[in-house]
Ligand binder design. Structure first.
Ligand code: ZN
Length: 512
């Protein structure tokens, strides 16, 4: 007999199939599609998105939900089945609150606004972008009002990316980071270390870069039977269920770290998706209902915690270069002739307050995020006007990083996010950084010999802990629940700040 639960999950499995098909088309558009395909691809995506929307938000889903809720009512609160039904209900209610015409207006504005932004950035002309940004801010406020919030309109928008987060909690997190990071950065700037011999003056053949990057990705545990690595101008990871999880990177002939750390970053995202329990495939627990993606990770922050853990905490560690330098030298014998593990470690951990977020080092990265989040909150609560942005941006850059952009292309216009209306997405990067160290601390506590394994370049113990405690659950537990279950605490900046202090005090010879 088919139960109410079975009927609901069969319905959602079809939604998952549509969303996965959308993702395949998006992957293709961002890697292989000739430019001529853009216009018709846009129409194909719009049609499939409309089908997905209708499939999920119709009255049929409500009836299926009622029956499924009766089926799981007596099950434990943390059972996958009950979680699957609860989350479907929560997002169904939420999506029904957002008027269809608002979604339509935003979808119509986004491509135009992104195009205007790209031209405005190229010309460093904020005034050209300003009216479009104003419309995006107005739509974001409308959406926040439709979704509802109790304290700050930002709460309604950040929910899409990080359900545990609110403006108030973020302000406390950033206050901790400010106190911990700004004095550290000032000391680093006051104690510059001599420039290493310039490793990146050499040429690094692209085939060797790809081979070395992939060999490390596989060593971390990325499964090429269920994954592949391609080139994309803006690297990303995308999954069409746990059995097909693709990553991309971009190459620079000289600057080896770009492709290598790009690959390790996306590998971290990929390990999360590949590690989801097979029973969750095509279920509500691997769908981001609001983002309209089939994504197994529980939030943007949880996802970034994995990309940043594998890229930075592992991949940029002294331990990593001690373990893998010989392999690096096999791929690049001439380039590495004069180098050693310590030199590589130093060369990939240079701190310098810079203008561009995506090029920022571990110490300054979160200051770039803090500035953006403060501006978003101000725009949404009305304490900041769109026309004030360039000036506010530059004064915050001076205050936090001690550098001021010479023009708006290198300042307020640098990121694509706002042109598409992505307000609320930036905190995920910083939350991910913080979570990554909480998870690692818990993994160390639970896994004797973890550090000895890492020193041998063996990652199975760490990956196994992450699969068991984080990855396999998909979206069954919120990121806050994952933190509490593993570390015993909610989001806590202390392990992350201790990590930064220890690593960079050592690198820069500062008093610990
Ligand atoms: Zn990422």
């Amino acid at each position: 007999m088919t139960t109410g639960y079975d009927a609901l999950t069969a319905h959602i499995a079809e939604l998952s199939d549509i969303l996965c098909s959308i993702s395949v088309l998006k992957w293709d558009a961002r890697t292989n599609m000739p430019p001529g395909g853009a216009a018709t691809r846009g129409l194909q995506l719009a049609t499939l998105s409309k089908l997905a929307q209708e499939h999920f938000t119709g009255e049929h889903t409500a009836r299926l939900l009622d029956a499924a809720e009766r089926d799981v009512a007596a099950e434990p609160a943390d059972s996958y089945r009950r979680r699957a039904v609860e989350q479907t209900r929560q997002y169904y209610a939420l999506m029904r609150r957002i008027p269809a015409d608002l979604i339509g207006r935003k979808a119509a504005l986004a491509p135009v606004s992104e195009q205007v932004w790209a031209e405005a950035k190229a010309a460093s002309d904020f005034a050209a972008f300003r009216p479009y940004l104003q419309q995006m801010v107005d739509l974001a406020k409308e959406q926040a009002d439709a979704v509802g919030y109790s304290e700050h309109p930002f709460d309604a928008l950040v929910f899409e990316y990080e359900p545990m987060m609110t403006a108030r909690r973020l302000q406390a997190v950033f206050a901790d980071l400010r106190t911990g990071v700004i004095p550290l950065l000032r000391m680093i700037v006051a104690n510059p270390r001599p420039q290493e011999r310039d490793l990146w003056a050499h040429e690094y053949p692209l085939e060797a870069q790809k081979a070395f990057g992939l060999s490390i990705a596989q060593r971390f545990g990325y499964d090429l039977q269920r994954g592949r690595l391609d080139i994309a101008p803006h690297p990303f990871e995308i999954s069409f269920t746990r059995n097909d999880v693709r990553i991309t990177t971009r190459y620079d002939r000289h600057y080896f770290p770009m492709a290598f750390y790009g690959t390790l970053h996306e590998t971290g995202h990929g390990l999360y998706e590949q590690g989801i329990h097979p029973s969750l495939t095509r279920t509500p627990l691997t769908i981001d209902f609001l983002g309209q993606y089939p994504v197994g990770g529980t939030s943007y922050g949880a996802h970034e915690s994995q990309s940043r853990l594998w890229e930075n905490v592992i991949g940029r560690s002294r331990t990593f270069w001690n373990a893998h330098f010989d392999e690096m030298r096999q791929h690049f014998p001439a380039q590495m002739a004069e180098a050693d593990p310590d030199l590589m470690y130093r060369a990939v951990n240079r701190v310098s307050p810079s203008l561009i977020r995506v090029e920022a080092d571990e110490v300054t990265y979160n200051l770039h995020i803090m500035l953006r989040v403060e501006i978003e909150m101000g725009l949404l609560d009305g304490s900041l006007r769109v026309d004030e942005l360039p000036e506010v941006w530059n004064s915050k850059m001076q205050e936090y990083l001690g550098v001021v952009p010479p023009n708006d292309a290198l300042g307020v216009l640098q990121d694509v996010h706002w042109s598409g209306g992505g307000f609320g997405s930036f905190p995920g990067y910083t939350i991910g950084n913080i979570m990554s160290l909480q998870f690692l601390e818990a993994a160390r506590r639970d896994t004797p010999g973890l550090d000895a394994a890492l020193a041998r370049g063996e990652y199975a113990p760490l990956l196994g802990w992450l699969q068991e405690n984080v990855y396999q659950h998909g979206r069954a537990f919120s990121s806050e629940e994952l933190l509490v279950r593993t570390s015993g605490r909610a989001l806590d900046t202390a392990p992350y700040l201790a990590y930064l202090r220890e690593k960079f005090s050592d690198l820069y010879g500062l008093p610990a």
